[in-house]
Design a protein around this ligand. Structure first.
Ligand code: CMX
Length: 460
């Protein structure tokens, strides 16, 4: 009997596994077990044939410039083109909106299906997606100590800090950590990483909603319905389950915020920490701490705060002149315009466009949406004139908060938590693949300035 089977399971999990065993289509884990040896072989051959091929050069300024553009990471789930934007396993956002299975009556893709796609490169069937939704629902309950930790967190502790604490505390559930302590063979690492990742994703809605309900409401949560998809359950827990448009928004939101290749702070951090063989719980918590920064995921909160101040100052007069003046005030005050710019993108983020299209469909006359649209017409010109940013176009965070505001989820300090739930769908597949392929601990080279001076002098 494998170590996985010796780990105590809830009866409902055993039932779900038995049902899948008798179904004709493979489960995600079965499919992964088939794919991984091929992938590992492909990588082995690539390294053997081209391992010594030069794939880039590094300038000294890049060492001091946040390593922008240096090729040195492997990320299978998505690749980001500066002009075209993100492709998930070769598919654009409109492609996944077309191709991925939907919930009955829904028109937005399901993040469960995206998880499958990111992990395998294949689009799952509706039945396979449903089985994954059921598994997430069945494994969603939190251990008591995690509930207690969230409940004991003071309301003034930022929701992202509470989120990170709760995810870290789930370490108690790690099958990977237990198996490693028992000396499991490294060829089995991916299986335990997979189990932990599913467990973690399954529990995120309960963590996120518990934080939300505690900090902003009465602490009472809606329930999990085993027949519903992940986003519908998240919406229920948060207290918005009755609103089908909000549920649709969650499906879109969780899908498009998931993965943005490997170099962004949250993805890279999760991968880096995971490379030390920390469990998925500890690895994701580290990534979430990075996501909480204002230049990264917290920008969605910053955007709303900035918009509210603008609304107050402009007294509802959103003329181009007024918006332009407000933008210049921000820039002249030595601050960034939140929601604009990007380290890789050089055009409007297609995640912005997807959300804009959602707004045009569901809330074309909403005041805050109109404000965001007016800013879109003015900000790129102002940022170009300002002359600093390499990308004057809006990113994903510029639009997301306004959609949540419309449906009554108005507490902007919670927004990055939703981003974090989604980001888990993108970074955990790579952690599983890292272990399936057997990637080593990450350890790039650093130098002191003194050493760099020596280095460049010697090169000259
Ligand atoms: N407003 C004002 N100045 C900006 C700017 C903006 N939106 N974006 C970049 N700049 C400035 C930078 O601060 C930098 O100034 P200094 O030379 O004084 O340091 C200069 O322009 C060059 O920066 P860049 O190469 O264009 O951008 P970076 O790759 O260094 O940074 C990012 C990228 C996203 C951090 C930056 O554009 C920014 O701060 N944007 C606002 C915050 C934001 O929206 N973040 C969310 C990004 C998406 C996400 O991760 O969720």
């Amino acid at each position: 009997m494998s170590l996985i089977n010796t780990v105590k399971r809830q009866p409902v999990k055993a039932l779900a596994n038995a049902v899948r065993f008798y179904s004709a289509e493979p489960t995600l884990k079965q499919r992964l077990a088939e794919i991984l040896p091929e992938k590992a072989e492909e990588v082995k051959q690539l390294k053997k044939e081209y391992g010594k091929t030069v794939i880039g050069e590094v300038l000294l300024e890049q060492a001091y410039g946040g390593m922008r553009g240096i090729k040195g990471l492997v990320w299978e789930g998505s690749v980001l083109d500066p002009i075209e934007g993100i492709r998930f396993r070769g598919r654009t956002i409109p492609d996944i909106q077309n191709e991925l299975p939907k919930a009955p009556g829904g028109s937005e893709p399901l993040p469960e299906a995206l998880f499958w796609l990111l992990l395998t490169g294949e689009v799952p069937s509706e039945a396979q997606t449903k089985a994954l939704s059921e598994e997430f629902a069945a494994r969603s309950a939190l251990p008591k100590h995690v509930e207690d930790l969230i409940d004991r967190s003071p309301a003034h502790l930022h929701p992202m800090a509470q989120f990170s604490i709760a995810v870290t505390a789930l370490e108690s559930e790690s099958q990977f950590a237990k198996a490693y302590a028992q000396g499991v063979h490294k060829s089995k690492y991916w299986e335990y990483t997979y189990e932990d990742s599913i467990e973690l994703l399954a529990k995120l809605p309960n963590i996120a909603a518990r934080i939300y309900r505690n900090v902003f409401h009465d602490g009472k949560l809606g329930g999990i319905n085993p027949n519903l998809d992940y986003s519908a359950n998240l919406a229920n827990l948060l207290g918005f389950g009755g609103n089908q448009e909000f549920v649709e928004l969650m499906r879109l939101y969780l899908t498009i915020h998931s993965d943005h290749e490997g170099g962004n702070v949250s993805a890279h951090t999760t991968h880096l920490v995971g490379s030390a063989l920390s469990s998925p719980f500890l690895s994701l918590a580290a990534g979430l701490n990075g996501l909480a920064g204002p230049l990264h995921g917290r920008a969605n909160q910053e955007v709303l705060e900035w918009l509210f101040k603008m609304r107050e100052e402009l007294h509802g007069d959103y003329s181009k002149e007024n918006i332009e003046k407000y933008l210049w005030d921000t820039l002249n005050g030595g601050r960034v315009v939140p929601g604009y710019g990007h380290a890789v993108l050089r055009k409007t983020d297609p995640r912005y466009t997807a959300q804009r299209e959602f707004a045009l469909k569901h809330m074309p006359d909403y005041e805050l949406f109109k404000l965001v649209s007016n800013i879109y017409e003015v900000a790129p010109g102002v940022l170009t004139k300002h002359g600093k940013t390499k990308n004057p176009w809006p990113n994903v965070d510029s639009h997301s908060g306004v959609l949540l505001q419309y449906y009554g989820l108005t507490e902007e300090s919670f927004y990055t938590v939703l981003f974090g739930v989604s980001r888990a769908f993108g970074v955990l597949p790579q952690l599983i693949l890292d272990r399936g392929i057997g990637l080593p601990i990450e350890r790039p080279k650093s130098f002191s300035t003194e050493k760099y001076i020596e280095l460049v002098k010697n090169i000259k």
